[in-house]
Design a protein around this ligand. Structure first.
Ligand code: FES
Ligand code: FES
Length: 207
């Protein structure tokens, strides 16, 4: 990371402070960048018993093993949001068409609204909350702030998670690589040029 970008490194605390002074003025944005609370709760054996929750799902979420009693028809997005309180994963179209619910599973971007949670059994899932490095934003999150890669912020968690998967497989992507990797993420605000710049900046800062 360059000295310049180091000096601009934004901690979660600083980011929240700036949000409060109007640089980013909405709680949606804070959640979108991924500064919402992390869930570290294992709800497995303590959840009240719902007769529809007939199955047990065991998987890794943001580095923590989770064992949950679930309805077998629940999607991964529903379980992340409703059982683990990881609401940074947005349900937007809920039909696998917009990428708003993108998370990374075993190093690949997936639409969490479009798969059964049971299909995540034994897998490693990373959500936007999992990118935080202690109190520090991930360099991708910093780049989105620095390049202003969002407007309403609703698509941003999905955009960042697709970019995260891309950088895992290709740490030095070119512009076309980014466009292709992000093609499944729709931004209704049309912030595409700045989203693209954000991902390229993140790749540059990391390498
Ligand atoms: S909410 Fe999952 S793809 Fe749109
Ligand atoms: S920033 Fe509003 S939908 Fe993308």
């Amino acid at each position: 990371m360059s000295k310049d970008s180091e000096s601009k490194k934004i901690s979660r605390r600083n980011f929240l402070g700036k949000a409060g002074t109007g640089i980013v003025g909405s709680s949606i944005l804070i959640s979108s960048i991924g500064a919402a609370d992390k869930s570290g709760t294992d709800l497995a054996e303590t959840s009240p018993i719902d007769p529809k929750e007939t199955d047990i799902l065991q998987f890794w979420v943001n580095g923590k093993l989770q064992k949950l009693r679930i309805n077998p028809s629940a999607t991964l997005a529903e379980i992340l949001r409703d059982k683990l309180n990881l609401t940074g994963t947005k349900i937007v179209c809920n039909q696998g068409a917009c990428g708003g619910c993108t998370v990374v599973m075993d190093n690949k971007a997936v639409y969490a609204c479009h798969m059964l949670a049971l299909d995540a059994a034994g897998k490693k899932v990373i959500t936007i909350e999992g990118l935080l490095e202690g109190e520090e934003l991930h360099h991708l999150q910093e780049a989105f702030v620095e390049k202003d890669g969002l407007q309403c912020g609703f698509c941003t968690p999905g955009q960042i998670m697709s970019a995260y998967a891309l950088l895992l497989s290709k740490p030095k992507p070119n512009r076309d690589d980014v466009i292709e990797a992000m093609s499944g993420n729709i931004c209704r605000c049309g912030a595409y040029p700045k989203i693209l710049d954000s991902v390229l900046l993140a790749a540059q800062n990391k390498n």
